[in-house]
Write a protein that binds this ligand. Structure first.
Ligand SMILES: CC(C)(COP(=O)(O)OP(=O)(O)OC[C@H]1O[C@@H](n2cnc3c(N)ncnc32)[C@H](O)[C@@H]1OP(=O)(O)O)[C@@H](O)C(=O)NCCC(=O)NCCS
Length: 427
């Protein structure tokens, strides 16, 4: 197989190397292109651009494959916890029992926020969006350890444990502030997901004890969100990390990038869409008709993916989990029925078939979160908690690379040509 490719510019031929990944994916290495030809490439939305090589996550969008560090997501979903998966994603191998215990202890020991930080919550307005609070507070965490240098994997492990553990405490505390309830301290005897649910739903006079089924569903939700290669928020984390910003600042930027409805906010948009269909009373078929007519830019939320053009393997696992959870909780959710009808209608419709639009991870995750009692404006926060290992792993990959360069794309300028400055009295 040729490891070089040729481009012709102004009748001159140039040779460029081809990089081949572990699974045979090929990329033209254009690092020498501008130097050789004086030209840059243009790829609006980066759909054809590999921004880096990475050892963390493999996706085959055509075949619906997702693997963390080579291990299929289905096997992790069946056999591993979110915490084990997080360690795998960050450090590149399954944790030994010793690694697992050490990391669990670090998570437990670092779950409390610095006491002074509790005052920050009082400064936010009553209905502040939890994503804004989350990003601000992750950044604020770095102010509590200004001198910390990350030099070894042990340093990364401690910082990662602090971030992963406290992000969960911050998320629950931002919810408690928004509903004007006292903040709840973490418990040392609970596992990662149980502890989060406890801090969300316990009251000083009434402990919330999550059932194993609820904890399992949240564990699966987090595990399936742990990483997803160079999506919008992860690319943002890498962009910020490439300027040598610290782990906390880089991940806070990731939270901001995740917020929007075309990315992490899609799980909220799905529920809002299902509620709107229910309230309209005009049914699923009418909504699908309006989407196909592109009325007011309407899209079927929770459908389509930049990379998956067949099936999103996470959606399959979450659908099964949603069915099991609703069964266990004896919840008869009318939104689930609408979701099922919508899925069926879209999967049989040529508009969606031709464009290869299938349910994505957000389509069923909202149903699970709703069943557990997570309020709508916390959905994207849940995604952020789950995605933290992936952001940390990508930050680490840049941090550990001695050849890492600052990310600095170029552009093609299309504005005014050279324009004279007109003094104020002549305008
Ligand atoms: C995820 C998403 C942003 C990917 O976008 P993309 O790769 O840039 O896809 P494009 O915008 O190029 O869309 C290609 C075509 O499919 C259509 N399309 C894409 N997603 C669609 C959706 N969810 N509903 C209806 N039509 C959709 C586009 O309108 C376009 O149609 P056209 O060829 O007639 O113009 C997009 O599918 C989307 O907006 N989905 C809904 C939001 C969502 O669920 N996001 C979470 C992703 S995990």
């Amino acid at each position: 197989m040729s490891r070089r490719c040729h481009v012709e510019v102004d009748s001159r031929r140039y040779e460029l190397p081809v990089v081949v990944g572990t699974e045979g994916e090929r990329a033209i290495d254009i690092r020498g292109l501008r130097r050789q030809t004086g030209m840059i490439t243009l790829d609006d939305g980066y759909a054809n651009t590999g921004s880096c090589t990475s050892d963390i996550t493999y996706i085959d969008g055509e075949q619906g494959i997702l693997r963390y560090r080579g291990i299929p997501i289905e096997e992790l979903a069946e056999n591993a916890s979110f915490v084990e998966t997080a360690w795998l994603v960050i450090f590149g191998r399954l944790p030994s029992v010793t690694d697992r215990n050490r990391f669990s202890n670090l998570l437990t020991e670092n779950s409390m926020l610095p006491d002074n930080m509790r005052k920050h919550f009082e400064a936010f307005p009553p209905h502040a969006h939890p994503m804004a609070i989350l990003s601000a507070m992750i950044n604020a965490l770095s102010t509590y350890e200004p001198q910390r240098q990350i030099e070894s994997d042990d340093d990364v492990e401690l910082a990662a444990a602090r971030l992963m553990s406290r992000v969960r405490t911050i998320a629950a505390a931002s919810y408690k502030s928004s509903v004007d309830e006292p903040l709840i301290y973490p418990r040392y005897d609970f596992k990662y997901c149980e502890n989060f649910l406890h801090m969300m739903f316990s009251l000083p006079y009434k402990e919330y004890e999550p059932s194993p089924e609820v904890a399992r569903a949240i564990n699966l939700f987090m595990l399936l969100h742990a990483d997803h290669e160079q999506n919008c928020s992860t690319s943002t984390v890498r962009m910020v990390a490439s300027g040598q910003a610290n782990m906390f600042a880089s991940c806070a930027a990731g939270v901001c990038a995740l917020w929007g409805p075309l990315h992490g906010g899609a799980n909220v948009a799905v529920i809002q869409m299902l509620e709107a269909i229910r309230a309209s009373g005009t049914g699923v078929a009418d909504h699908v008709r309006r989407v196909k007519n592109k009325e007011a830019g309407l899209r079927l939320m929770g459908f389509g993916h930049r990379v998956y053009r067949n099936t999103d393997p996470r959606a399959k696992l979450l659908k099964k989990s949603a069915d099991q959870l609703l069964d266990h909780l004896h919840i008869d959710d009318p939104l689930l029925e609408i979701a099922q009808e919508l899925e069926q209608t879209a999967l049989e419709d040529p508009y969606f078939i031709e464009r290869k639009l299938y349910p994505n991870v957000d389509f069923y995750s909202g149903i699970i979160l709703r069943a557990v009692g997570i309020p709508l404006d916390m959905f994207t926060v849940m995604f952020a908690i789950g995605r933290m290992p992936g952001w940390i792993a990508n930050w680490k990959e840049i941090h550990d690379d001695p050849h890492s360069r600052i990310y600095r794309p170029r552009q093609v300028y299309t504005g005014n040509p050279l324009t004279e400055f007109v003094p104020r009295d002549r305008r």
